[in-house]
Design a protein around this ligand. Structure first.
Ligand code: MG
Length: 251
């Protein structure tokens, strides 16, 4: 069943989302050669807890950190570590979730340290923006999925199939699943009050992934680069409301 949120629930999610963006800003500020990924994560945790909220990922199925930080061929679910030192040229994805007053918000960005991967990053952002634009009550979920796949492929890239976006609200992962590929005109109809975490994962090579030895970090099988962008979006009777809007300014 797909939960439809009340206006009051959406406002709590919007407050959670503002904390997500603040935490992402702090992570972005520290994403430079010489920093450890744990230093970014520490800033994320401090920002979230300082705002009176909880890091949604910390302890989730045993995940040991407040953010997922995934480098280069890592797609998602990278574990921050004091031993993981960023270097020039790294492609750094930061994924942050917040729980506030019983509701979740979730977002992610990717940056390159240096000039690399510019086309991949631009394409990933285009995928997300085009997906947001499809979040209208006249559309079906397949319209959102399809435009992500189409945008990635038009850019010369592909999308990961094995991990998907999701409904979000009183749980971090709610129905429906939001694949980054699909057919237009298919799937559930979007209705006002639905909240979706859209999260295209765009890769330079083949889309197949595997889970690495730490049991969390998802990497591309062929070692190709990956970029991940995510917004928490609410369907309205009019324009989609992007609750996590704001990270674009510092990414
Ligand atoms: Mg998510």
């Amino acid at each position: 069943m797909i939960n439809v949120k009340s206006a009051g629930e959406v406002e709590v999610m919007a407050r959670a989302a503002a904390i997500v963006v603040d935490a992402m800003r702090e992570a972005r500020r520290r994403a430079e050669p010489g920093s450890s990924t744990a230093a970014l994560d520490h800033a994320v945790r401090k920002t979230i807890e300082g705002a009176g909220a909880r890091p949604a990922f910390l302890g989730y199925m045993g995940f040991p950190a407040s953010s997922c930080i995934s480098l280069n061929a890592e797609v998602v679910h990278g574990i921050p570590s004091p031993d993981r030192i960023l270097v020039e040229g790294d492609v750094v994805s930061v994924d942050v979730g917040v729980l506030l007053d019983g509701y979740y918000a979730d977002a992610a960005f990717t940056v390159a340290l240096g000039d690399g991967a510019a086309e991949l990053l631009a394409c990933g952002r285009r995928c997300l923006e085009n997906a947001v634009a499809q979040c209208r009550a006249v559309n079906r979920l397949g319209d959102v999925s399809h435009v992500i796949e189409k945008t990635a492929q038009e850019g010369g890239f592909d999308v990961v199939r094995e991990y998907v976006g999701h409904g979000i609200g009183a749980k971090m992962h709610e129905e429906p699943q939001v694949p980054n590929y699909g057919l237009p005109g298919r799937g559930p109809r979007l209705v006002s009050g639905m909240a979706l975490a859209l999260e295209p994962m765009v890769v330079t090579g083949d889309w197949r992934t595997k889970v690495s030895g730490d049991k969390w970090t998802v990497v591309t099988q062929d070692g190709g680069l990956s970029a991940h962008f995510e917004h928490t979006v609410v369907i309205t009777d009019d324009e989609p409301r992007v609750l996590t809007r704001g990270w674009e300014e510092f990414v």
